[in-house]
Design a protein. Structure first.
Length: 269
């Protein structure tokens, strides 16, 4: 149930109250903990369906709700995207192979608050070109978060990400973006991962949204497969993504989905 009690900006963006940050931290911590726990299970030979089943079991064990099961007909507790799949990969009986890079995206609802996060994993040995892509994508997310401050704009976030990624001779996906959230799954604004400084809505304390850049080794273009969910790179180049849910504070950003075990980067071990 949506019990929003804050205010809306002229762009329709919700401004939350100080007390709302605690709810977002609880939801974000559970989503992040689930990804921490799934990390050792991402190995060659495991199916993405088995990983999803375990994620769903952990959500239920926590007496939380999966935000994705039933969302627009989707029937899984996670999206699992392998190699050239950009996002929204559907769990299946497909087995991971050595060297596969995998994004797992989980959104949970805890006491009405949505915790949304994704990160990269590696099955077996990490290929060198994939390692570089993952590092650039990870760093691009934090470049975007560093750009968050009241008085700055969403264009500043996009520019910070785009300029960094392109300096590494990689590309930012344009077809998908971050989004507002809180007591709803998706709300204004669209958080673009490219843009020009000083453009777009102005950031204000109390805004909650995701930053989730998708970065390709090749060109930025994507296409959606016939299942109406799975997005892949048109040139079949590798793609990576990291996502945090954040809240704007008086002097920057508060990350709701920090890894409790410090496993946000796939080479934590």
């Amino acid at each position: 149930m949506d019990d929003f009690t804050g205010r809306l900006t002229k762009d329709g963006i919700r401004i939350h109250q100080d007390a709302d940050f605690a709810g977002m931290h609880r939801a974000g911590a559970l989503a992040a903990d689930i990804l921490d726990r799934v990390a050792p299970l991402v190995v060659p030979g495991v199916t993405t369906g088995a990983l999803d089943a375990q994620i769903e079991a952990w959500v239920n064990e926590a007496e939380a709700t999966s935000a994705t099961i039933g969302y627009r007909g989707y029937q899984h507790a996670s999206c699992i995207s392998i190699n050239h799949v950009v996002c929204h990969g559907i769990p299946s009986e497909k087995k991971l192979k050595d060297g596969d890079i995998v994004n797992i995206d989980v959104t949970v609802i805890v006491d009405g608050w949505f915790g949304d996060t994704s990160r990269m994993f590696v099955a077996g040995n990490l290929p060198r070109k994939a390692e570089r892509l993952i590092q650039v994508t990870h760093d691009a997310l934090f470049k975007g978060i560093e750009a968050v401050k009241p008085g700055k704009t969403f264009g500043d976030i996009g520019y910070a990400i785009q300029s960094f990624v392109e300096s590494k001779r990689m590309s930012v996906v344009r077809d998908f973006c971050g989004h507002g959230l809180g007591q709803v799954f998706h709300a204004p604004p669209n958080v673009l991962h490219y843009g020009r400084p000083g453009t777009g809505p102005v950031l204000e304390e109390g805004m909650f949204f995701t930053i989730e850049p998708m970065v390709n080794l090749g060109r930025p273009e994507t296409k959606v497969l016939s299942d109406d969910w799975t997005a892949v790179t048109r040139d079949k180049s590798l793609s990576a993504q990291f996502e945090h849910s954040i809240g704007v504070t008086a002097d920057g950003a508060e990350i709701f989905t920090l890894s409790p075990a410090g496993k946000f980067h796939p080479t934590w071990a």
